[in-house]
Design a protein. Structure first.
Ligand code: APR
Ligand code: PHB
Length: 398
């Protein structure tokens, strides 16, 4: 017989979505338990993206987990679009009054885990065979949501009022929703990104997004001594075919620009990520709520993955606060509709950046010219560059 534990919100997944939700609920006195399939060491060292919107950075600071970000994070007030051998800076500060923060996602995860454990709250790492039950009800008063899992081989059951599915794209929560409830929207791109981490001082103090006839490339960074670089490749590119020398040679070609020298260094990590846009509607089923990658995936070109997860968390933590604080269920009932308005705008921006900056083998010479003209328009029009800047620094969460 499984040992049963009770809490208010059962959270599946200790990625940015699950951990930030647990943290914001805790600050409102709402209890939760986080169940994570992998080890602490694994989730704290998973290399992902690293650009935080102003709103995400503010949320971390205001909720008391922004100390290391303030110390190590790199505030950026603009980005550079490089195409046709020229550079064009998009000045976020001048166009929107806002900026972004370059700070690694795995450090955000470490900061949230440290804060949670320091507060004596529970995260069950290496929780196995997680399954979710009893959430599919039509109001917030009936039903008995519970999460079953194994901990060190022992059967466990977590009874809760609500389940937050923060278990990413390949998790168990979304597939547990009964057939016919969810509709999936997807676009798979005919390319991927070959990404590297390198012990090389960043060759620019701002990110460079480069559109080159050989394909897209991106110069980003992690610290004054570590660069993060990406180049467009096939979705199933064979990494074995890419020696470090070949990677640097290709980056040198694609990132060539006026008065620019790309500094090389030892490559410490490399990988290929396929690219897709994905949204599921609705983002809730009864007392199960889907957040972050469990509900939507964006191509990384707009640096929106983590920030979109933070947006969902802001909406759900406010709605749960209203429910537990005042018995007001309106925020919970509107959770999916509220999130999806922002999710689709961010999907549009990420698809647009991807379409404008990558090489499409199917493009005719006419389409190639139109793509370059769009870049030229964005770079030379206050209205168009403001639109890019406004989306890049982040649309309002609520
Ligand atoms: N049981 C428990 N935990 C699970 C299960 C499961 N069956 N399946 C997955 N998980 C865990 C994963 O191990 C991972 O730690 O859920 C977590 C999901 O975290 P993320 O994939 O980081 O998703 P999310 O928190 O929504 O953050 C979205 O992460 O992938 C990036 O680009 C993405 O930046 C975006 C951000
Ligand atoms: C990163 O720093 O990893 C990064 C930055 C910008 C992007 C994607 C990834 O658009």
């Amino acid at each position: 017989m499984a040992a049963t534990e009770r809490t208010q919100v059962g959270i599946v997944g200790a990625g940015p979505a699950g951990l930030l939700l647990a943290h914001l609920l805790d600050r409102q006195g709402i209890a939760s338990v986080v169940l994570e399939a992998r080890s602490r060491e694994y989730v704290e060292n998973r290399i992902r993206a690293g650009v935080l919107e102003q709103g995400t950075a503010d949320l971390l600071t205001e909720s008391g987990v922004g100390e290391r970000m303030a110390r190590l994070g790199l505030p950026h007030e603009g980005v550079i679009l490089r195409f046709g051998g020229q550079d064009h800076r998009i000045d976020f500060r001048a166009l929107t009054g806002k900026a972004v923060m370059v700070y690694s996602q795995h450090l955000v995860v470490r900061d949230l885990i440290a804060a949670r454990l320091a507060a004596g709250r529970r995260i069950v790492f290496e929780a196995e065979r997680v399954s979710v039950h009893g959430f599919d009800v039509h109001d917030f008063d009936t039903g008995r949501p519970r999460i079953r899992y194994q901990e060190n081989g022992a059967e466990r059951e977590l009874e809760c009022d609500f389940i937050a599915g923060c278990d990413g794209f390949h998790g168990v929560c979304r597939p547990s929703v009964p057939p016919g409830v969810l509709t999936e929207f997807e676009r798979v791109y005919p390319f991927g990104w070959l990404g590297i981490l390198a012990d090389a001082p960043p060759s620019s103090h701002e990110l460079i997004y480069s559109n080159h006839e050989r394909g897209f490339s991106l110069l980003s960074m992690r610290s004054p001594t570590v660069s993060r670089l990406y180049l467009q490749c096939a979705p199933d590119e064979d990494l074995e075919a890419w020696s470090d020398a070949r990677i640097w040679a290709e980056l040198q070609t694609r990132l060539a620009g006026p008065g620019f020298t790309l500094r090389e260094g030892e490559i410490t990590q490399k990988g290929v990520t396929p690219m897709r846009s994905f949204v599921v509607e609705p983002m809730q089923c009864g007392r199960l709520f889907l957040l972050g990658d469990a509900a939507h995936i964006v191509p990384p070109t707009g640096a929106k993955g983590l920030n979109l997860a933070a947006g969902d968390v802001a909406v759900l933590s406010r709605a749960l606060g209203a429910w537990y604080g005042a018995g007001d269920e309106s925020g919970l009932a509107a959770y999916s509709a509220t999130c999806l308005r922002r999710v689709w705008k961010v999907q549009r921006f990420s698809w647009w950046m991807t379409s404008m900056l990558h090489r499409f083998d199917t493009h005719s010479p006419f389409e190639r010219r139109v793509q370059l003209a769009e870049l030229d328009y964005v770079a030379s029009s206050i209205a168009a560059s403001t639109a890019l800047a406004e989306n890049y620094v982040g649309l309002p969460f609520l």
